[in-house]
Design a protein around this ligand. Structure first.
Ligand SMILES: C[S@@+](CC[C@H](N)C(=O)[O-])C[C@H]1O[C@@H](n2cnc3c(N)ncnc32)[C@H](O)[C@@H]1O
Length: 287
């Protein structure tokens, strides 16, 4: 299953083809287990996810707790992480558009009473205005109408509530190489293999992902338009290794697994981040 760290942007595809790509990627019953397993092991995807969890955890450090929404929760990896690292601090609600993902999330948090799960779209959340002290959306905005989603996240956040969103960094060396060189090369190789009669299941390729990533400046503008005041930008999964070299490197150098701290930055190494996070506050005077 394609995962964010190997996904390709599709800025020119229309909303419908994007919807189809996202449904194919996450609506399939096997998608949840495939996505969850990408968090494990030593792959570039695992490093990306671990670094992102670390960055999100840091953003919540100063937050004492409260009602928390994880929008587009997938199979519940972040919810599980919060239950393990911040036990009892948050009353958690999580939602996703995919029934399969919500089913997997239910199994992952099973027994953790008090976690509310719902099948819902981020653009149309079934929660009252100002319901949450903390609203998280990790790895989701790339797949949706970002402007609409941010308005909805802002709506359900309490005045002065914390909203943390993440995005693939389209200008990082990793993403530029992956999207402009690596994936097109895999597709070209797959076409040659087809001409040579290689069976479909053995051909190289790179699936369409429906992803549309925006840079930090644009995302901050969209946040402000949604009455959210950006306060912090953190770049994560800092890496100078591009695909396919990154696979070998990740297996060899493993310190990121137990020490993800150097994989995030707010400073001069930020440009190496294959993803970034923005923490924002809901404007307090906004109804
Ligand atoms: C890359 S996964 C991220 C999952 C999770 N947030 C994480 O960080 O591991 C993207 C998730 O967003 C969900 N998703 C995509 N479009 C959505 C939408 N319009 N509303 C709600 N969820 C959506 C997908 O079903 C998928 O579970």
């Amino acid at each position: 299953m394609p995962v964010p760290s190997t996904a390709r942007p599709s800025g020119r595809t229309g909303a419908l083809s994007r919807e189809i790509a996202v449904t194919e990627q996450f609506g399939d019953p096997s998608a949840a287990s495939g996505y969850a397993s990408a968090y494990d092991g030593w792959t570039p995807a695992a490093r990306y996810f671990r670094s992102r969890l670390h960055a999100v955890g840091q953003s919540l450090d100063s937050c004492p707790g409260g009602d928390l929404l994880d929008a587009g929760c997938g199979p519940g990896m972040l919810v599980r992480h919060l239950l393990d690292t911040r036990p009892g601090d948050f009353r958690i609600t999580a939602c996703d558009r995919s029934h399969g993902m919500i089913g997997a999330a239910a199994r992952r948090v099973g027994g953790a009473g008090g976690v509310g799960l719902a099948v819902a779209r981020i653009e149309d959340l079934p929660f009252a205005d100002g319901s949450f002290d903390v609203v998280l959306a990790t790895g989701v905005l790339e797949y949706v109408d970002t402007r609409r989603a941010l308005r909805e996240l802002a709506r359900v956040a309490r005045p002065d509530g914390l909203v943390v969103v993440t995005m693939l960094n389209p200008r990082s060396p990793y993403r530029l190489f992956e999207w402009c060189v690596h994936w097109p090369a895999l597709r070209a190789l797959g076409r040659v293999e087809r001409l040579l009669g290689v069976p479909a299941h053995r051909r190289h390729g790179a699936g369409r992902s429906g992803i549309r990533a925006v840079g930090p400046r644009r995302l901050r503008t969209l946040l402000r338009d949604a009455a959210l005041c950006p306060e912090d930008v953190v770049f994560y999964d800092l890496t100078a290794w591009v695909p396919p070299l990154d696979k070998a490197v990740r297996r060899r150098f493993r310190q990121w697994h137990s020490h993800p701290e150097p994989t995030v930055s707010r400073g001069r190494r930020s440009w190496l981040g294959s993803g970034y996070l923005v923490a924002a506050r809901r404007a307090s005077g906004d109804a």
